[in-house]
Write a protein that binds this ligand. Structure first.
Ligand SMILES: NC(=O)c1ccc[n+]([C@@H]2O[C@H](COP(=O)([O-])OP(=O)(O)OC[C@H]3O[C@@H](n4cnc5c(N)ncnc54)[C@H](O)[C@@H]3O)[C@@H](O)[C@H]2O)c1
Length: 251
């Protein structure tokens, strides 16, 4: 219960990896605000966590909604100490096929959403004077390129840049900013291409798809114990970005 009395906001917290982050922060005693567009799932999760969580509908691309959420959180639970910018969408499409409309939609949710979160919430953290922790979520798609996912790849690279800039700007206020780099995890987002991931993980050192609870444990470490880190990237990818072994035929 090392987060008793603290308030956390988790965007996209209604399901998938975000749900794992909500659960781990609630276990540590924080009051967790699940901020998502999925109302039924968000309310059900909040009910399951009896008193440790509440749901607020948030479209992350809308700064008016961010401001309303912050006012609600400050009034009902106190200034936030933790912000996890987890909401995101995946998108297939090569640079030949993708449309500018889709490109902008993906950047708006995956990049502008985290910017709006920081831009709206960090001033309240600064005013509260207790420091804080902000965690953005990139992807292995933000470390190397992948074909047929141009908008997603670009948004996840940019998330790392936003993290570096925010870490420097907010360090004088005792606010740490981290970025998590997940590899393949079993969530509703990846369910439609589970077969592709099953093949993909055969080429990484830890040859399996990740369990969201494992990502939750990294979040717990970052929030509670990564006190001498900021702006850094934390990989949870089964070693995917480490490299590949040579096929037997090449030896
Ligand atoms: N699952 C993976 O393998 C994987 C790998 C690398 C990175 N990620 C990243 O982790 C994060 C979570 O992914 P996931 O797999 O749990 O996805 P998911 O689709 O299961 O969950 C994403 C959540 O974000 C919410 N969301 C989407 N758009 C939103 C918006 N505009 N406003 C508010 N909420 C919105 C959704 O409603 C959903 O609850 C994403 O940023 C994703 O890019 C996931």
């Amino acid at each position: 219960m090392r987060l008793a009395g603290k308030t956390a906001i988790v965007t996209g917290g209604a399901r998938g990896l975000g749900e794992a982050y909500v659960r781990v922060l609630a276990e540590e005693g924080a009051h967790v605000v699940i901020a998502d567009v999925l109302e039924d799932e968000g309310r059900a999760l909040a009910a399951d966590l009896v008193g440790q969580a509440s749901f607020v509908r948030l479209e992350v691309t809308d700064q008016g909604q961010w401001r309303a959420l912050l006012a609600d959180v400050v009034t009902n639970h106190g200034a936030p100490y933790i912000l996890i910018n987890n909401a995101g969408v995946h998108s297939f499409g090569t640079v030949l096929e993708d449309t500018y409309t889709n490109w902008r939609r993906v950047q708006d949710i995956n990049l502008n959403g985290p910017f709006l979160g920081i831009n709206t919430v960090a001033p309240a953290m600064v005013a509260a004077g207790q420091g804080g922790v902000i965690i953005n979520i990139s992807s292995t798609c933000g470390i190397i390129g992948y074909g047929d996912q141009a908008a997603y790849v670009a948004s996840k690279w940019a998330t790392r840049g936003l993290t570096k800039a925010a870490a420097i700007d907010l360090a004088p206020h005792g606010i740490r900013v981290h970025v998590v780099v997940p590899g393949p995890f079993a969530t509703p987002m990846t369910a439609p291409f589970h077969g592709v991931l099953t093949e993909l993980v055969k080429s990484q050192p830890v040859q399996r798809i990740g369990d969201p609870a494992e990502a939750g444990r990294l979040i717990r470490y970052l929030v509670l114990d990564a006190t001498y880190s900021t702006g850094s990237e934390f990989f949870i990818d089964g070693g995917a970005m480490t490299g590949v072994s040579l096929p037997d035929a090449a030896k």
